[in-house]
Ligand binder design. Structure first.
Ligand SMILES: Cc1ncc(C[n+]2csc(CCOP(=O)(O)OP(=O)(O)O)c2C)c(N)n1
Length: 659
């Protein structure tokens, strides 16, 4: 192996050595502990350490890294204390995730590390968001993210690289090509010659280097960093290396030809670099011993603390509280009583505009939202007022944009992403459910992101432009789900969602955009998230509903003056306003849950269960649900009307009245 120091001073050469040895020695210890059954799963990076260590050492310590499961060297080179690391791996309270996450699935802002989720690819777009924050603040910084060769087959890889290239983001994408993705060899993963060749297709620079040569990695990434900052462009660096152990320790290496271990064993990054330094006289055996002894005693001390730490005593209150970032949010009243008649869409647009004026760290992202003004024109005129940097057209890639929104949040930005239609959230689903929703519980990072969801049917738009999919999200702790039914609520709740530091799914019924008007305060104001609205008082039955259901129920009540109908508009579906639900049950003793969403698994089922558990003594009839048919939502208007819950409302009310 050829080493070229290229002007690196002696001190740095030795520091690189010491940093290279640290993860190796920790891993050797972990393998012993594993055999003794004292730790659980372990993903080994033995043989690949030069990449994580070289890359980390080439960056400034306040530049974010998105590491994966073989990148122990990132954590050690960022000088994370060994005791806290061991407590993390042992699932102790004082680890980095209060025992909630395993192995390398954690981050820490103090060390500028955002850890992975198991799905691998979602890491990459977070780097886009962090780099975008640097770009917007005109900071000369980069972000760096890792992918394995297997991970490059994920859609997230392509989306993240493309966004970085199109937006000119200073991101270093590092591929660790270690020959296998679990048992799948690279020739069953891709057919281009080198993975770096893909860079050309995205219009970015790409390079393949020897990932086992610490000086080559360090120098290349140092230069790449300068290039990314100077040119405001991303770069793709493929590091050739080899996985010397099983995918994870329990799974073995039977499927790997023995010759490969021999061949790559000779290219070991630690022993080769050590020999080079010995040869050059920069290291001597006593210095090596001194370095290794110090690391060994640090490991032993860290481990001892880890083993001494007691097992976790679960505190359910803390578990529940930590799912959300707690913020002291106060309800803001409008400065004066001025109101204007507005359609729903104008009220939403107003709320967004006033939020942009109030929060100069708020960035809007979505397909066609800039000059075109968005598919529904919610952001019409925004580019002229706020500029293209804050009102960003995105390529067609929902997953990467949600990931980028999380990256922005890590750097203290707020963001709103517009799904062109709520239906398209399926391709950004993973980032929302697994990254945005879980990150605060996992390691305390909030995701200050609002996803606007133009939703619902009634306009003959068929199965992929009309779905009601709010229940996918109400089942996910960590998210808040809002679904207003009036212009006034839509504006006040959208502003509140943007103020809230947690991820919020904000549903806007498309058919209400231009069909519903109301008086809306002109000034900036918020409506408290999690509070339902008592729409009208009645004594016969209570209809608990939201979104279009509120209008169906109100219209029905008007058409049936012989009935005294009580209507509750939930407005927020997560968290639910249980006090208001309880009061609605108490008022009439007969409850009808109405929603446009389909029946099975809809929020109505959850509320019905809660009522039967908590309000049984007030009930004079079984709780009835009126929901849409359990089919995809059809296109032909006759079929769509038949599908809709509204078509069965009269029948359900009669049934309840007759009970
Ligand atoms: C979306 C997803 N699919 C499958 C897996 C299971 N899995 C975990 S790691 C892995 C192989 C990853 O290979 P590669 O990206 O080359 O990284 P390496 O493990 O070789 O470092 C697989 C299939 C996963 N974690 N996530």
């Amino acid at each position: 192996m050829q080493f070229d120091r290229k002007g690196i001073d002696d001190y740095k050469l030795i520091e690189l050595y010491s940093e290279l040895v640290r993860p190796r020695m920790i891993e050797e210890k972990m393998l012993v502990l594993l055999r003794q059954g004292r730790i659980s799963k372990w993903f080994s990076g033995i043989g690949q350490e030069a990449i994580a260590v070289g890359a980390t050492m080439a960056l400034d310590s306040d530049e974010y890294i998105m590491p994966l499961h073989r990148n122990l060297g990132v954590f050690t080179a960022r000088k994370m204390p060994f005791d806290k690391l061991f407590m993390q791996w042992q699932g102790k309270k004082d680890g980095f995730s209060k025992g909630r996450e395993r192995s390398f699935h954690f981050g820490a802002n103090k060390y500028h590390i955002c850890g992975m989720i198991s799905h691998l690819g979602p890491q990459l777009a977070i780097a886009d968001g962090i780099a975008l924050a640097h770009k917007l603040k005109k900071e000369n910084k980069v972000s760096l993210t890792f992918s394995g060769d297997g991970g490059t087959s994920e859609g997230d890889f392509h989306e993240a690289l493309n966004v970085a290239a199109v937006w000119g983001l200073p991101v270093i994408f590092v591929i660790e090509n270690n020959g296998y993705g679990l048992s799948t060899p690279v020739n069953e993963q891709f057919v281009c010659k080198q993975l770096a060749d893909r860079a050309l297709g995205y219009g970015m620079a790409g390079i393949t280097i020897d990932g086992n040569n610490i000086l080559e990695v360090y120098n290349t990434i140092k230069n790449a960093r300068e290039y990314c900052i100077r040119e405001q462009k991303p770069i793709l660096i493929e590091c050739m290396t080899f996985r010397m152990r099983g995918h994870e320790e329990a799974s073995g290496v039977k499927y790997v030809p023995k010759e490969l271990f021999e061949e790559w064993g000779k290219k070991d990054p630690v022993t080769n670099y050590e020999s080079f330094l010995l040869e050059k006289g920069m290291l001597t055996q006593p210095i090596i011993d001194e370095i290794r002894n110090k690391i060994q005693s640090d490991i032993e001390a860290g481990l001892a603390t880890g083993f001494e730490a007691g097992n976790i005593l679960p505190d359910t209150k803390e578990e529940l509280t930590d799912v959300y970032a707690q913020a002291d949010i106060k309800t803001t009243l409008p400065l004066n009583g001025a109101k204007s008649e507005k359609k729903m869409i104008q009220a939403i647009s107003d709320g967004l505009r006033q939020s942009m004026q109030k929060h100069n760290n708020l960035v809007l992202m979505g397909q066609d939202i800039a000059e075109y003004g968005g598919a529904f024109k919610v952001t019409e005129g925004f580019v002229q007022e706020f500029g293209k940097e804050r009102v960003r057209n995105t390529p067609l890639c929902e997953s990467a944009i949600v990931g980028a929104a999380l990256g922005l949040s890590i750097k203290g930005f707020k963001s709103m992403m517009e799904m062109q239609f709520a239906d398209f959230v399926t391709v950004g689903f993973n980032q929302i459910i697994n990254n945005l929703a879980k990150i605060h519980y996992r390691w305390g990072q909030n995701a200050d992101v609002v996803v606007r969801m133009p939703t619902g049917g009634g306009v003959g738009a068929g199965p992929f432009h009309s779905q009601s999919n709010e229940a996918w999200f109400t089942h996910t702790p960590g998210l808040k789900v809002i679904y207003p039914s009036t212009p006034e609520d839509a504006k006040g709740l959208l502003i509140a969602a943007i103020e809230d530091p947690n991820p919020v799914m904000f549903f806007e019924h498309k058919a209400l955009y231009r069909s519903i008007s109301g008086m809306v305060p002109d000034e900036y104001y918020t409506i408290e998230i999690g509070k339902a609205k008592h729409v009208q008082e009645g004594s016969d039955i209570s209809i608990i509903t939201y979104g279009s259901g509120v209008h169906w129920a109100t219209e029905y009540a008007l058409q049936h003056p012989e009935l005294s109908i009580d209507i509750l508009d939930l407005r927020t579906l997560l968290p639910l306003d249980y006090d208001a639900i309880k009061a609605a049950v108490a008022r009439t003793g007969k409850v009808l849950l109405l929603h446009e969403d389909t029946l099975i698994g809809g929020i109505g089922g959850e509320i019905s269960a809660w009522i039967s558990e908590h309000c049984f003594e007030w009930l004079d009839a079984p709780v009835l649900r009126c929901a849409s048919l359990d089919t995809p939502i059809p296109f032909a208007i006759e079929l769509e009307q038949n599908f809709m819950a509204k078509s069965r409302l009269h029948e359900t009310v009669q049934k309840l009245m007759a009970y």
